[in-house]
Design a protein around this ligand. Structure first.
Ligand SMILES: O=P(O)(O)OC[C@H]1O[C@H](OP(=O)(O)OP(=O)(O)O)[C@H](O)[C@@H]1O
Ligand SMILES: O=c1cc[nH]c(=O)[nH]1
Ligand SMILES: [Mg+2]
Length: 210
């Protein structure tokens, strides 16, 4: 597994505002999108491309276009939905599939409650969006799901991760083509499986308490 942790003052600044418990939902949503666009730049570094001819006003040359099959962006509902617009802004030709997952807050086990994805993901590059990588259970389940359907590789874009969860994803995906791009790696998980210092419950902060 490849891991890339962002190291840029703008990203840390925006994350700092997200962490602040006084930041209201509208600002939180806007910042989550901006952060994804910045992280997407790194996440798409190995996106498949093909050479194409292009005629400029003064010459013939070659450039690059996104290859087919088109990349698939998969936000993990609910909280990952807050990252979708920021990602497709940078990758407008991507297709979008959805996975609905909820973590049981007692057992910390993930449950898939909704799925809307192409049946065949052969040769697809998949980009999973979820702001929080806590125990890693949700991301491991999402990656397993996509690879089982034939995805070629999976890149996860997360705003925050706990070291425990990152290690769990690394162990569970050994030998497979998985990349994780992160805004920051925090200190640890608390006894409730929350990222410390973190930002609280990302879904609730984006969309309200359920
Ligand atoms: O790494 P894990 O321990 O699996 O936890 C992380 C998951 O928890 C959150 O979702 P949640 O289950 O709260 O659903 P929500 O997005 O609907 O709030 C988060 O968005 C991840 O999907
Ligand atoms: O800190 C955490 C852990 C799981 N899910 C969240 O939204 N936040
Ligand atoms: Mg939640």
């Amino acid at each position: 597994m490849r891991v890339h942790v962002a190291d840029h003052p703008l990203i840390t600044h925006k994350l700092t505002v997200l962490r602040d418990r006084e930041t209201p939902s509208p600002t939180f949503r806007a910042l989550a999108e901006e952060l994804v666009t910045l992280l997407a730049y790194e996440a798409t570094r190995d996106v498949h491309v093909v050479e194409v001819p292009v005629t400029t006003p003064v010459a013939e040359t070659t450039g690059l276009a996104i290859a087919t099959p088109r990349p698939l962006v998969v936000p993990i509902l609910r909280a990952g939905l807050g990252m979708l617009e920021g990602m497709v802004k940078l990758l407008p030709t991507a297709e979008v599939g959805f996975l609905g997952m909820v973590r049981n807050e007692e057992t910390l086990q993930p449950d898939i409650y909704a799925e809307r994805l192409p049946d065949d993901l052969s040769d697809r590059q998949c980009f999973v969006l979820d702001p929080m990588l806590a125990t890693g259970g949700s991301l491991i389940a999402a990656i397993d799901y996509l690879l089982a359907r034939g995805a070629k590789d999976v890149t996860a874009v997360c705003l925050l991760a706990a070291p425990e969860g990152l290690k769990a994803v690394e162990e569970a995906t050994a030998g497979r083509d998985v990349t994780v791009v992160l805004g920051a790696v925090d200190s640890h998980l608390d006894e409730n499986g929350f990222i410390i210092p973190g930002l609280g419950d990302a879904g609730d902060r984006l969309y309200g308490v359920v």
